[in-house]
Design a binder for this molecule. Structure first.
Ligand code: AHR
Length: 517
């Protein structure tokens, strides 16, 4: 049962050479009855003398010996809940358990369990000074990935979504030292305040400068920024997102857009550091390492020890992002320990979870060919150049790479009903096909309850007798249709021009084709 973990650790050691050898040495020094048979990030932090006091992941165990639940889901059909655990101790999430529990309905993530034994679980965030609550819970199928080749789901934070724990155990307070890392989807962000993971106020209010110490990811420029146009990893220290020693701009903090992004922050008495890297390969870069900001209010710090995910300290909940795993430590981790953690992360193998091609199976990459003759049989469903509207256009092997990618979709389990389907853009990860006013658009989930419904389509045999038709889950008389080269959900006869009965059956029938990219 533990073979996959052993292979994973062996890959990590081969990949990082000296760094891993350091981690191995540290582990030997820390050997004892509770030592894990294999290691995860928290075993590495423990060996480095900075143990995890919070360890959250919906994708994998963060200790080699962890064998408890990772998270809890609640399904819409009967409000029942189910803990989702591991395939084996120290291994990967049992995503199939979620899939079967949520079959035919939708699920939200209600709890992200703390694996550290400190009981620092994350649950639905309450109202705060900046915004009411309770916040929304994440749709459980909206961030599918593979980890070590195993299917798993991340925590998809649409604006309005937030998790919190105000009653923690062992998290740094005052000016005490701590470290933290998180793996985010580097392509899912916005400029809203504040997609955070880390230490915050215990009363959901902005209690002043230095009362937070959390990782931030996004392109908010209200307080600070780095080079380029973002997004940036920054430190949310309350009333300020810090990219370095200055309150505003710090050139050394780069724009980062890795599909899987490792973000790291640590802070102690008059010192802090911000680091980051590609969670799929390579090491960490240091974006800042030095004294506390040269702005008053942040030295000493006044950390309060709550934990937030997806929101600001005062429950500012206008940001979006995706979280896969993260931990918080007691003490200031060494760079060597963090490097060994990054080696573990890159060895574990995060991937975007698109596998097969050409079939309507979640995970498959496809293109959808129109069937209406003679106009449109070489036309494919695609989003437009502005990544906004959805149209059909002629696509063939000589089309540009961008046009091919615009016409390629990743099939996902239906956001509102896992027995149906949703379609994620291949070149705009995290953005889904959805209808609005019956016209088709490409967008991130905006957190409104209706988005999942508007983005879910149930496949039926083609209305014309050819191929497949895609029935809107919330308007069952309407099917995905092209009309005048634009995509709609349309009924066979109705008030809108695109409901015209002429060619309706052909216009709503699609051939599932090999993906153009
Ligand atoms: O520091 C930036 C944000 O400012 C915090 O997250 C929030 O509490 C306040 O609005």
């Amino acid at each position: 049962m533990i073979k996959p973990s052993i292979r994973r650790v062996r890959r990590a050691f081969l990949a990082v050479g000296a760094t891993a050898a350091l981690a191995a040495g540290l582990l030997t020094a820390a050997a004892g009855p509770s030592q894990a048979a294999t290691q995860g990030p928290c075993d590495i932090y423990l060996a480095g003398g900075t143990p995890c006091v919070a360890a959250h992941s919906t994708t994998r165990a963060l200790y080699g010996a962890y064998d408890g639940p990772l998270y809890q889901v609640r399904r819409a059909s009967d409000n029942a809940t189910r803990d989702i655990g591991l395939l084996s101790a120290g291994g990967y999430a049992d995503a199939a358990a979620q899939d079967s529990f949520c079959a035919g309905t939708s699920c939200v993530i209600t709890v992200v369990y703390d694996q550290s034994g400190k009981g620092n679980h994350l649950t639905q965030a309450p109202a705060g000074g900046a915004a009411g609550g309770p916040d929304n819970l994440a749709n459980a199928v909206e961030a599918p990935v593979t980890v070590g080749g195993h299917k798993a789901y991340g925590v998809y934070v649409a604006p309005g979504t937030g998790y919190r724990n105000n009653n923690t155990n062992g998290i740094a307070t005052g000016d005490q030292a701590e470290g933290m890392y998180a793996i985010f989807d580097g392509t899912h962000f916005n400029g809203g305040c504040c997609f955070d993971y880390g230490n915050a106020e215990t009363n959901n209010l902005d209690t002043g400068d230095g009362h937070m110490e959390a990782l931030y990811f996004g392109n908010n420029k209200s307080w600070g920024s780095g080079s380029g146009n973002g997004p940036w990893v920054m430190a949310d220290l309350e009333n300020g997102l810090f990219s370095g020693v200055n309150r505003g701009f710090n050139a050394n903090d780069p724009s980062v857009s890795n599909r899987f992004l490792t973000a790291m922050l640590k802070g102690g008495p008059n010192q802090w550091a911000l680091r980051g890297g590609d969670a799929q390969s390579g090491g960490l870069s240091t974006f800042y390492n030095g004294v506390r900001p040269n702005a008053t209010g942040y030295n000493p710090m006044h950390k309060e020890g709550a934990i937030i995910l997806g929101i600001g300290g005062d429950n500012s909940k206008w940001a979006q992002g995706t979280f896969y795993e993260g931990v918080m430590t007691q003490g200031y981790p060494s760079d060597a320990t963090e490097n060994a953690v990054q080696a573990d992360i890159t060895a574990v193998g995060y991937n975007s979870g698109s596998t097969g091609t050409g079939t309507l199976t979640p995970g498959s990459r496809i293109s959808l060919r129109a069937t209406t003759a003679p106009c449109c049989t070489s036309h494919y469903l695609r989003h437009d150049d502005a990544d906004n509207k959805v149209v059909i256009s002629d696509t063939d092997s000589s089309s540009s790479a961008t046009d091919k990618a615009d016409a390629t979709w990743i099939v996902r389990a239906g956001l509102a009903n896992s027995s149906c389907l949703s379609f994620e853009s291949a070149n705009n990860p995290g953005e889904f096909l959805h209808h609005y006013n019956y016209e088709l658009y490409l967008d991130f989930d905006n957190g409104a309850g209706s988005f999942a419904q508007d983005a879910t389509f149930c496949p039926t045999s083609g209305n014309s007798g050819v191929g497949t038709s895609l029935q809107s889950v919330n308007f069952p008389t309407k099917y995905l249709r092209h009309y005048n080269y634009t995509a709609y959900v349309a009924s066979n006869g109705g008030p809108n021009s695109w409901d015209s009965g002429t060619s309706w059956a052909a216009d709503t029938s699609w051939l599932v084709a090999q993906p153009w990219s």
